[in-house]
Structure formats: C-alpha cells, structure tokens
Design a protein around this ligand. Structure first.
Ligand code: PGA
Ligand code: ZN
Length: 422
C-alpha cells in the first residue's frame, strides 16, 4: 500500500501565458505524480468553476494563488495518509470538502490537479502505465486496447483566432481504419497542403489557440472549401480516406433565440441553421458536428439529431459540460449521439470516468478533448485510451502543448504493440 505523504502545488503558465495550478503528490513509497489543469476560452455555462484570484496586479486577475492555497491548506491535510489507489474515496473527500454543485468553493482547477496527480502517482506505484491503471476503473469490456481516432482542428475561428469565421473549429479526421502513426502523417500532409491553399489565396497562415490557421475567410463555407481543396491536392479522397467535421461552438453566436453567422445576412432560426448544416454536411462529408446548437436550445438539438443524426455525429460539449445531470437531460431529450469529455468541466477523475460509463452504456460515441488553454500535461491521452474513447480531440498537429498529447499517444501505441506481442 502506498499512502499519500505530501501534496504541494504551484502556479505555472499555460499555453496562453495564463496561470494554471500544478500539483505534486508524493507517496510513502517515494513515487511522485505531477499534474496541471487546462483552461477553456469558450467556456460553457454549465462547467465546474475555476477559482481565479481577481487581483489585477497579478497576471491581470487570472492568478490561481487562492486555488493553490486551497490545495495545500484545505485539501492536503484531508488526504495525507490515504492509500493512493483509493481514487473514489479521495475524489469523494474533495467533492465533500468543496460542498458546492460546481466546485465553486475550492475550484475545479485545485481539485482536478490533485485528482490527476494522485492517479499518476498511484499508477507508478502499481507499475502500470497510466492508461492501463485508469482502465482498471472502467467496466471490463471486450473493447480492444487501441488508440482513438484523432480529430485534428486545422482551421481556428470563433474565440480561438483573430480571423473572422464564426465557427470555432474546422476539423479533419482520417478514416478510423488507418493506424495512428499513419493518421498523424496524413494530418501533417493536409495541414501543409492547407497552408499552400491559404497562401495561394493571399490569406494569413498565422495560427490560433489550438494550432489551426486563422485566416479571414469570406464565410464559414469558404473555409470548408479551402480544406476540401487541401485534401484534393494531396490526392486523398474526401469521404473515404479522410472526413471533415466542425466544432461550431454555436452558443457564441446565439442571441435572442437566433443564430447570427456571416454566411447569411439575416439571422437563422434553429431550423434554418439545421438545413444549412444539412447542405454543408452533404457537400463536405461532415461526419462530426460539435455544439451545432446553443447550450440552451434543447428543441434545436432534438431536431438536428432527428434530421441529420443518421449521417453526422451530433456531439455535445458546452451542452453537457461532462456533467451527469446534463448528460441525463441530453439522453432524455434525444439530443446527441456523441459526448465531449473534458475532465476540467466536472473537476475529478472519478466523475469523468462515471460520465464516460453512462454515455457509453447509452450508446454515445465518446470524444476525449483538450482545452484551448492547455498545459503540457498529457494525462488526457492516457485517459482516452484507458476508457476506450472513440475519438480524441487535441488540436492541430503542431504546438508543444498539443503535440505533448499526440506524442504520448505514439508512446502508448508502442506500449500496446509490445503488450500484444507478449
Ligand atoms: P475551449 O474550447 O477549450 O476554449 O473551451 C474548446 C472547445 O470548445 O471544444
Ligand atoms: Zn467544443
């Protein structure tokens, strides 16, 4: 048994230069787990709350010193001495210490960094790689150990870039039959090809928060056309070798019950927007639509799943916010066929695992996702493989904080091969 001996925390910077909580957990056998929390930019209303200091003289009010003292002064004394493999007990103690619905007292950033660091330390003690350790917590299924299919966000719009597309993320996903290294290679070649297409059109190739290009396209549809051209230029077949998708993040342009996008001069009703998605999805082989409707437009969600759910995966991110109650609502209303899992939207490893479990047994596809304000922590790569996620969404195949996850998947890929050769 290895007990928690010490928990310390400090402020580090995330990929956007903003503070994040990094926690170190030391166990009685000397094993150490270090983990840090990401932050979102287009944050949903139903997410667990991050605690920020709001001191304008310290990182423009974005400091996390209060969250850090919550780790060291409140959480640590309650966890020292507990066996680190008791993740359920550890996370439950933190949930109870917080006592709010949204982790608003101690902060999801404080709690999750401890929760992940405990899991990492416990995995080391058990001598299992983290993905296999986490797999012990999910229902034993016959699902083979494999790398989830990656969704690469290669054009950034919305709140993630200085361009002017309303849709937040323009995604490519290689056919799931491809090996993971081949999928990475394909994403790299399409990304390079897209750069050329943008240059030919005299558009900027500066990149946004998640590593995709952020050009000023004339419309969202034009942005999709650029990607289609980039794919064709590589002699790849759209709809066969590679598919396209969108994270629309539509809550960001939903006002007065209407959707305001640049493709049309008048605002769209939910039905108008769904018809537009239908048109786009046929023209561009969109197999993936995340947050196509706003987080409170339940009627729109039910309508879109009913109308185009056969051809396109309809995925809830802001809608569900990795929250079990929101997930149940989405299931009751037949709103989605897939769910985004972001551990920092709910705040503990155990609750994230539980949401995956419910989603999976309801037949939803599971997509494990990064945040725009990532750190170099690669926990979610192991988490995704451990829970047998269908997809991972870690951004473009560039930028240190994104490739940290893609590279970890390469490592896991080799470890899985070694295991299956034994
Ligand atoms: P965020 O965006 O990390 O800025 O919230 C990611 C997403 O919407 O999927
Ligand atoms: Zn999203």
């Amino acid at each position: 048994m290895s007990r928690i001996k010490q928990i310390t925390a400090r402020e580090i910077l995330n990929a956007k230069g903003m503070p994040s909580v990094e926690t170190t957990v030391l166990l009685s056998d000397g094993k150490i787990g270090v983990a840090s929390c990401p932050s979102g930019t287009s944050v949903g209303n139903y997410e667990a709350s991050e605690i920020k200091d709001h001191n304008e003289n310290h990182f423009l009010g974005q400091g996390v010193l209060k969250a850090i003292s919550n780790v060291t002064d409140i959480i640590a004394p309650n966890l020292v001495g507990i066996d680190a493999i008791k993740q359920q007990i550890i996370d439950r103690i933190m949930i109870d210490l917080d006592g709010t619905q949204n982790k608003g007292r101690l902060g999801a950033n404080a709690i999750l960094s401890v929760s992940m660091a405990v899991a990492k330390a416990a995995a080391k003690s058990s001598t299992l790689p983290l993905f296999l350790y986490l797999r012990e917590y999910v229902k034993k299924e016959d699902t083979p150990l494999k790398i989830p299919t990656p969704l690469f966000n290669i054009l950034n719009g919305g709140m993630h870039a200085g361009g002017n597309m309303d849709f937040q993320e323009f995604i490519i996903t290689p056919a799931s039959s491809l090996s993971y290294p081949d999928a990475l290679n394909m994403s790299n070649s399409i990304y390079a090809s897209l750069r050329k297409v943008l240059e030919t059109n005299n558009l900027s190739t500066l990149t946004g928060d998640e590593g995709g290009f952020g050009p000023k396209a004339a419309s969202n549809k034009e942005a999709l056309t650029f990607i289609k051209e980039a794919i064709a230029a590589k002699n790849l077949r759209l709809g066969f070798d590679v598919f396209m998708g969108l994270d629309v993040a539509s809550s960001n342009f939903y006002r007065d019950k209407k959707y305001h996008i640049k493709d049309k001069s008048i605002a769209f009703s939910s039905t108008d927007l769904i018809n537009y998605y239908d048109e786009l999805s046929k023209e561009f082989q969109l197999i993936y639509l995340e947050d196509p409707m706003a987080e409170d437009d339940w009627g729109g969600w039910t309508e879109i799943l009913h109308k185009i759910g056969q051809q396109t995966l309809i995925v809830g991110d802001d809608l569900i916010a990795t929250n079990p109650y929101r997930l149940q609502m989405a299931l009751d209303k037949k709103a989605v066929s897939g769910i985004i899992i972001k551990p920092n939207q709910i705040g503990t490893v155990i609750e994230s695992l539980a949401v995956v479990e419910v989603a999976r047994s309801a037949g939803l596809k599971v997509i494990v996702s990064h945040r725009s304000g990532e750190t170099n922590d690669d926990f979610i790569a192991d988490f995704a493989v451990g829970v047998s996620a269908d997809f991972v969404k870690f951004g473009a195949p560039i930028r240190g904080e994104r490739v940290a996850k893609y590279n970890r998947l390469l490592g896991i890929n080799s470890q899985i091969k070694t295991l299956s050769n034994k």
